[in-house]
Design a protein around this ligand. Structure first.
Ligand code: EPU
Length: 401
């Protein structure tokens, strides 16, 4: 596809669903960008092109490509949102199921680690094995009926770009999960959740390749055993499969969930419940509370919210009447880790390179130049203080490598 000096006609969908290269020819030179370097962020991409070339562009070409990439001693700074500067002995990327199967037939330096967007990882040192990263792209409409659509999404698709696409198409379900960092494959591993919705509520099937024998496998929603920030890919089946596609069932008609926190209020302020307004409201709430990984290194929520018995919750509320508590259908009660961490004073007592975010204490941040070891040391101090004050044990949500 070629456009003479015309950026407006670039196919929007193609930018976020496949790997691509862009070559921009100006009177002085030709510059090639590829989607890997640009991290497939089309806004970023557009702004780079506009800023640098808007006036002089004479030709813009988008070249689609699919390939295996293998690297040695690969820097991981761009692959972990914590911003820890470490490297992997070996790093491989694939863009099709067949490429992944070819790769798995070879011998790789062990251990193997599969990563998504690196938004839930904390590296404590260089990784001496091989990291696999999916670049399988594509959002395909598999079928639809009067009420539902079935969509197959490549595991390497950026999560928020998928959510944005659903909102544009009028597909309901994932809008509350706007702006969550990471990729589609990891959303199924982690069962990402926010504002009363979890990815697992909409996943019908997960396609994966077995690491041992490169055999394709499919997991139904029930097989995945989704629960709060949990799936079998984090426990029984950990490190046994590489997810290639996730199949979602989304709704054609409105099914808004606005009961969490101030979401409803925010949506009303924006003019009422539409898909676009819910997405906008969620994005605004998140931007106000959570650090932008491009500016401050973090992995989002560092700990999970702990669940305690109703008896323990009752004792705690006597001592701490302001403590947020969320009763669960099974009779237990979920507590707010962020609130407890704040009560322990961590917002005001950071360590040199590590601290908690000023607007959300559940988020541990890299204050600049932190090592993974320093983050773990800080996190252990936070856990100890919450245990001492509230008698509650916090568990890390972040995967420490
Ligand atoms: N709170 C404080 N101080 C803090 C943080 C929270 O007082 O520093 C209080 C809040 O005022 C509120 C309660 O704690 O009363 C809960 O806070 P919030 O609504 O921010 O949610 P959370 O339970 O801390 C979870 C998820 C977030 C998700 C939000 C909204 C986990 C581990 N975290 O946080 O997920 O965005 O709910 O649904 O479940 C993530 O995983 O990276 C993430 C951001």
């Amino acid at each position: 596809m070629s456009h003479d000096g015309c950026l407006g006609n670039v196919e929007y969908i193609s930018l976020r669903t496949v790997n691509f290269k862009i070559s921009v020819r100006t009177p002085e030179r030709i510059q090639i960008f590829n989607s890997r370097e640009l991290n497939v962020r089309e806004n970023f991409l557009y702004s780079i092109i506009y800023c640098t070339f808007a006036v002089e562009v004479v030709d813009l070409e988008i070249i689609f490509f699919y390939m295996i990439n293998e690297y040695k001693n690969y820097p991981l700074l761009q692959h972990n949102t914590f911003g820890i500067d470490v490297s992997a002995a070996s790093f491989v990327e694939f863009s099709t199921v067949e490429e992944l199967q070819q790769l798995l037939a070879k011998e790789w330096r062990r251990p193997l680690l599969v990563i998504g967007g690196g938004s839930n990882l904390l590296f404590t040192g260089d990784f001496n094995g091989t990291i696999f990263h999916s670049r399988i792209m594509g959002i395909d409409l598999l079928g639809e009926n009067d009420t539902d659509v079935f969509v197959r999404v490549g595991s390497g698709v950026n999560w928020d770009e998928f959510v944005a696409y659903c909102v544009e198409q009028g597909w309901h379900g994932l809008e509350n999960l706007s702006l969550i960092p990471g990729e589609v494959g990891a959303s199924a591993v982690q069962n990402v959740g926010a504002y009363g919705v979890e990815a697992g509520d909409f996943i019908v099937k997960v396609d994966a390749i077995s690491i041992d024998d490169a055999y394709p496998c499919a997991f139904t929603n029930g097989d995945c055993e989704f629960a709060y920030r949990h799936s079998i890919f984090k426990t029984e089946e950990k490190d046994r499969y590489i997810i290639t596609h996730v199949i979602f069932r989304l709704k054609k008609h409105a099914a808004f969930k606005l009961s969490y926190g101030n979401l409803k209020e925010k949506v009303e302020e924006l003019g009422g419940a539409t898909l676009a307004n819910v997405r906008r409201a969620v994005c605004e709430i998140r931007r106000a509370k959570l650090p932008d990984p491009a500016e401050i290194g973090s992995a989002g929520s560092f700990f999970m919210n702990p669940v305690v018995s109703s008896a323990i919750a009752a004792r705690l509320i006597e001592d701490y009447p302001a403590m947020p508590q969320y009763p669960l259908p099974d009779g237990n009660v979920k507590l707010s880790a962020g609130w407890m961490i704040e009560q322990c004073g961590w917002k005001n007592t950071p360590h040199e390179h590590v601290g908690v975010y000023s607007k959300q204490a559940l988020v541990v941040i890299n204050r600049g130049g932190a090592t993974g070891g320093e983050v773990v040391e800080f996190a252990n101090a936070v856990v100890a203080s919450v245990k001492e004050k509230f008698g509650v044990t916090l568990h890390m949500e972040v995967n420490v490598i």
